[in-house]
Write a protein that binds this ligand. Sequence first.
Ligand code: NAP
Ligand code: MG
Length: 400
Amino acid sequence: MKIQMKTPLVEMDGDEMTRILWSGIKEKLIKPFVDLKTEYYDLGLVERDKTEDEVTVKSAEAIKKYGVGVKCATITPNAQRMTEYNLKKMWKSPNGTIRAILDGTVFRAPVLVDGISALLPAWTKPIVIARHAYGDIYKDVEAYCEQGEKAELVVSGKNGERRITIFEYEKSGGVALGMHNTDKSISSFARSCFNYALAEKKDLWFSTKDTISKTYDHRFKDIFAEIYENEYKAQFEAAGIEYFYTLIDDAVARVVRSSGGMIWACKNYDGDVMSDMIATAFGSLAMMTSVLVSPDGCYEYEAAHGTVTRHYYKYLKGEQTSTNPVATIFAWTGALAKRGEMDNTPELVDFAKKLERATLDTIESGTMTKDLVGLFKKEGVVAKGVTSEEFLDAIASRLA
Ligand code: NAP
Ligand code: MG
C-alpha cells in the first residue's frame, strides 16, 4: 500500500532542464511509493506570462495557507528571454515575489556525500548559511561626488531635521552611498533563524561588524539579542543548542577551524558572499539545497541552482544530459518530511529519509552524474558518470 498524505504540498513547477528533472523525480521516485497529494501551480515562464504572473502570487498564498511548498527552478526573464518566449512583460523574479509575500529568510545547506570531501578536511558536518534577504547595499542609493562637494546624511520628519556630514571631498572627488534596513525586517530575520535552529536542533551563530558600525550593525545585534532573551532562550536551553554572536571576522576564523554543523546567520551581503564560499568548499552548486522559512513558520523548499539552460538546449536537440538532480530531490524530501512532521504522519517522514539515503547510497557506490565524477574519491569505488535518467533509475531500484 502506498503512503498516504493528509494535507497537500504546494507544488510549484518551473522551467527548462529542472522542469524535465522535476517530472522524472515525481514519476520514478515519489509516485510509486506515495499517494502524492499536491496543489499544483505551474510557474513555468509560459504560464507566468499567460496569467500575468498571477500564478506566482497564488502559489505563495497557497504556501501561507498550507504551510509547506516545493519549488522547481524558474527563469528570471531578461532581455534575451523576452524574445525567446515572446513575453508581454519582463516579469520579476518569482523567488523575489514569493519572498516578499512570505517575508522570509533563505537557508542554504550542502548535501554531504561520503567520497566527496570538503576542500577544508575538518568540515565533516554541513554548514548552513542563513541569509537576510532584504535591504543594505541591495536597496542602496549611491552618488559620485566631485571635488569640492560635500555628502550629507539628512534625516527629516516629525522630529525636525538632522544633517550628518558623510564626507567633504576637498582634495579629490569620490563616492558615497546611503542604505537602510528596518526593525521589522531584522526582527523577522531573527525569528526565522531562531525557529530554524530549533527545528534543525543546530547551534545558531550570528555575525556583523558592530564594533565599526555602531548604530547600523549594532541594531541587528541588539534585535537578535532581545528576541533571543525574551522568546527563545528557554527553548534553546531545553533543546540543548546555543545562540552565539560574534564579529564577522572572528566568525570566519572560527568557521574555518570548526567541524561545521552550525547555522551561520549573515547580513544580506555577507550571506551572498559566504554562501558561494560554502557551496564551493563543499563541492558543487548542484548539491546545495535551499529553504525559505517565514517568521510565521511556512516553508518553501528548492534547489539553490538555476534551470541549467545549457543542458536544456542539448536536451532539445535530442541529446541525453547528465544534469544532477540531487538538490531537487532533496527539495522534495525536505518538503515531504516537513509535511509529515506537521501532519503527524511518520511514514512520510520515514519515506523522505529513505529516498535521501537511496540517493546518497547510489552516489557512494559509484553511480553519479558527470559533474561529480571528478570530485569523487573513495577507496575501492570507481566513479561512473551516467545520464540523469539512468541516475534516477538507479536510485529508484535501490529505493524499491
Ligand atoms: P544554473 O542554471 O545554476 O547553471 C549554471 C551552470 O552550473 C550550468 O550551466 C552547469 O554547468 C552548472 N550546474 C548548475 N546546476 C547543475 C546541475 N543540477 N547539474 C549539473 N550542472 C549544474 O545558472 P544560470 O545558467 O546562471 O541560470 C539559468 C537560468 O536559471 C536563468 O534563467 C536564471 O534566471 C535561472 N535561475 C533560477 C534560480 C531559481 O529559480 N532559484 C536560481 C538561479 C538561476 P555546465 O554547463 O558547465 O555543465
Ligand atoms: Mg551571489
